[in-house]
Write a protein that binds this ligand. Structure first.
Ligand SMILES: [Zn+2]
Length: 103
C-alpha cells in the first residue's frame, strides 16, 4: 500500500482521514507568435505552434529539455494547499501584511 506524505510539511496522510490535494505545475517556454513578425499577420500561427511542438517532440531526448518544458507534481495536505493557493509563487510577503487579519 502506498503511503503519501505532504510535499510541503512532510506530514503523512492518513488514507482514511485526510484529503490529499495534487498540484500539477507546467512550466514551458512562452512562444509569442508576434515576436519579430509584426507585418506578417496572415501567417498561420497554429501551424507554427504545431511545428514547434513537433520539433520539441523530435528533440525529446536531446538538447531541448528542462529549459523548455517542465512538469512538476506535488501532493499537499489541506493545510498546505491553503497556503499554496494564497501564495503559489512563494513570494515574500510584505511585512505590512502581517497582523492585519488577526481579529
Ligand atoms: Zn502539508
Amino acid at each position: 500500500m502506498i503511503h503519501y506524505s505532504c510535499d510541503l510539511c512532510k506530514r503523512e496522510f492518513d488514507p482514511d482521514d485526510d484529503l490529499r490535494y495534487v498540484v500539477k505545475i507546467e512550466v514551458f517556454a512562452a512562444y509569442d507568435p508576434n515576436a519579430g513578425a509584426e507585418d506578417d499577420e496572415d501567417r498561420d500561427h497554429l501551424q507554427e505552434i504545431q511545428d514547434i511542438l513537433e520539433s520539441m517532440e523530435d528533440a525529446e531526448d536531446e538538447r531541448i529539455g528542462d529549459d523548455v518544458y517542465q512538469q512538476m507534481r506535488f501532493d499537499l495536505c489541506p493545510e498546505c494547499r491553503r497556503k499554496f493557493l494564497k501564495n503559489p509563487l512563494a513570494r515574500e510577503m510584505p511585512a505590512k501584511a502581517f497582523g492585519f487579519s488577526s481579529n
